[in-house]
Design a protein around this ligand. Structure first.
Ligand SMILES: *[C@@H]1O[C@H](CO)[C@@H](O)[C@H](O)[C@H]1NC(C)=O
Ligand SMILES: *[C@@H]1O[C@H](CO)[C@@H](O)[C@H](O)[C@H]1NC(C)=O
Length: 242
């Protein structure tokens, strides 16, 4: 009897200690149209998640676990279609079909970025417009301790996107490129002589993103108050269009 109790107790302990080393990320689609979220694991030596792409109808949500530690990103592809058996999207396409299997999305795409710490340490997360914008997104935490503030870009940057940064489908602006992606110049990309937080300053282009979405990253060295942290194993909810 006693040994059975010990067995059950140690089994539960194993279950809990493994279960704790993971965060749940829930992706919600608040958009009026279907989106196709994708994940990319970028931490060295970390395998891709079991899901790297899926369809999400308006109003639907889907959850998946990420291990701890984990570094990666989630973004949404829009206006996808299956033409002659080839799945492609007008924004965020990864070139590999529905499952991205380790490929990133073509900019511009709003990114939800995460660095999940092991052992309940400090997680970092943010909504980033460094690779441009396609649809609004927010990250909120569940549980955890510390600031745990929402990082978000809830405004539709496409509506104020200057012509030289626009990605269009017919008359509609469906994405807004970052100045780095559009012009590929060191002062916009924080590369070369600008690869220094003191030299790579906000530009008239990054300020467009900044003004619309102060709680998102607007350029590579944007670190003022947009660093979002949370300790002790929070879970995350990413809401697209909300
Ligand atoms: C931003 O600045 C550049 C260079 O000074 C200028 O050519 C461009 O028209 C400006 N764009 C906007 C949207 O203000
Ligand atoms: C970040 O700073 C901007 C501009 O100073 C402000 O509007 C915004 O509310 C701040 N965000 C947070 C989360 O404090």
């Amino acid at each position: 009897m006693a040994s059975q109790v010990v067995l059950v107790a140690s089994f539960l302990f194993l279950l809990l200690s493994f279960g704790a080393e993971a965060a749940t990320i829930t992706v919600r689609n608040n958009c009026p149209k279907t989106i196709w979220p994708a994940t990319l694991t970028s931490g060295p030596g970390q395998p891709q998640l079991s899901t790297t792409g899926f369809e999400l109808a308006p109003g639907a949500s889907r959850s998946f676990n990420v291990p701890a530690p984990w570094t990666g990103r989630v973004w949404a592809r829009t206006r996808c279609s299956n033409n002659g058996g080839r799945f492609t999207c007008l924004t965020g396409d990864c070139g590999r079909g529905l499952s991205c299997n380790g490929a990133g999305g073509v900019p511009p795409a709003t990114l939800a970025e995460f660095t999940v710490a092991p052992n309940g340490g400090q997680d970092f997360y943010d909504v980033s417009l460094v690779d441009g914008f396609n649809i609004p997104a927010s990250i909120t935490t569940q549980g955890g301790t510390g600031p745990c503030r929402s990082s978000n870009c809830r405004n539709d940057v496409n509506r104020v996107c200057p012509g030289e940064l626009q990605v269009r489908s017919g008359n509609e602006v469906i994405g807004c490129k970052s100045a780095c992606f559009a012009f590929n110049q060191p002062r916009y990309c924080c590369t070369g002589e600008f690869n220094d937080p003191n030299k790579c300053r906000p530009t008239n282009y990054s300020m467009i993103f900044e003004n619309q979405c102060p709680d998102a990253y607007s350029y590579a060295y944007d670190d003022k108050n947009s660093t979002f942290t949370c300790n002790n194993r929070p879970n995350y909810v990413i809401t697209f269009c909300g």
